[in-house]
Design a protein around this ligand. Structure first.
Ligand code: HEM
Length: 277
């Protein structure tokens, strides 16, 4: 029998969490590695779209300009939602790690790597929005900018998409560490624009979809859930939880497990610095 089949389940349990913990610790220790890993993962859908566009079968069936226009729009919206989902995902991870008494992940700072991905994901969303707009102007409008002005007036989905794009623009321009330092507390305030930008992007999709197409509504529901969670989270945060400007927590900040019963709501997420590694 091969060696790997003879490994017992208990061995697997002993090795697996340790392997996961080591990998996550590595991600936390080397933000650059986490950044490049995210870039590679995010490049995959774009590469697949580009590969799909040059397939003769695809060209025969669908107008490649349609695919070129729509796919970056979709990828941009999905990445925007992922950027918004990162903070709730961190909170969920901490709560799961605490509930299952995992070896790693009970402290907010254990998930700093996840929070650090928010900016690259947001920037990638913007890059796809730029590609989407460029393809629209170059291939759909043949660079006739007066047609763009007419579309802005006559097609509400174009006006709404443009408003969303204009909100994403300052976020992408100020996404560097330098701008974050220079702007101080205003950086966080400005980056709240991601919420209306996402709402407008979802509305853009709803307005342009043909009647009976459900996908834009799925995006809208997901977005509503994320916004609801964010608003609840904001109320919790005002009770003394101190995030750093980029959303990460100081190293070794822990979250006490959620207490049971009626006290749970009041005392949830108290952060205490600890020297445990
Ligand atoms: C500068 C502003 C924008 C313009 C002029 C624009 C224009 C367009 C056009 C012409 C279409 C194709 C409509 C059709 O199929 O008839 C489209 C589709 C789409 N756009 Fe935009 N857009 C803009 C910004 C955005 C942004 C910022 C996002 C997302 C963050 C976005 C996401 C989408 C999505 C998801 C679709 C639908 C793709 C599909 O049908 O599968 N757009 N847009």
């Amino acid at each position: 029998m091969p060696v790997w089949i003879s490994i017992k389940m208990s061995d697997f349990r002993a090795v697996f969490p340790d392997f996961v913990a080591r990998s996550l610790r590595l991600l936390n220790r080397s933000p650059r590695f986490a950044f490049w890993l995210a870039c590679v993962v995010m490049a995959i859908p774009t590469a697949l779209t580009l590969a799909g566009m040059v397939q003769p079968a695809a060209i025969a069936v669908v107008n490649p300009v349609d695919i070129m226009l729509r796919d970056p729009g979709r990828i941009s919206l999905v990445l925007l939602l992922i950027a918004l989902a990162i903070a709730p995902l961190r909170q969920l991870s901490v709560e799961l790690a605490t509930s299952f008494d995992c070896r790693y992940g009970k402290r907010m700072s254990d998930w700093n790597w996840l929070l650090r991905l928010r900016r690259p994901v947001g920037v990638a969303s913007f890059i796809h929005a730029v590609a989407h707009l460029a393809i629209y102007i170059v291939f759909d409008l043949d660079l006739r900018m007066q047609e763009f002005t007419l579309d802005l007036r006559d097609k509400p989905f174009v006006a709404v998409g443009t408003a969303s794009f204009l909100m994403l623009l300052p976020l992408a321009l100020t996404s560097t560490d330098g701008w974050m330092r220079r702007m101080g507390p205003y950086w966080k305030r400005l980056h709240w624009l991601i919420y209306p930008a996402a709402v407008l992007a979802a509305l853009h999709f709803i307005l342009l979809a043909k009647p009976g197409v459900q996908q834009p509504l799925v995006f809208a529901v997901l977005l509503a859930l994320l916004l609801g969670h964010r608003m609840a989270g904001r109320r919790r945060q005002t009770r003394g939880v101190q995030e750093q400007d980029d959303g990460t927590f100081p190293e070794r900040t822990i979250v006490t497990p959620r207490p049971r019963g009626l006290q749970a709501k009041a005392s949830h997420m108290i952060h205490t610095p600890t020297t445990k590694s």
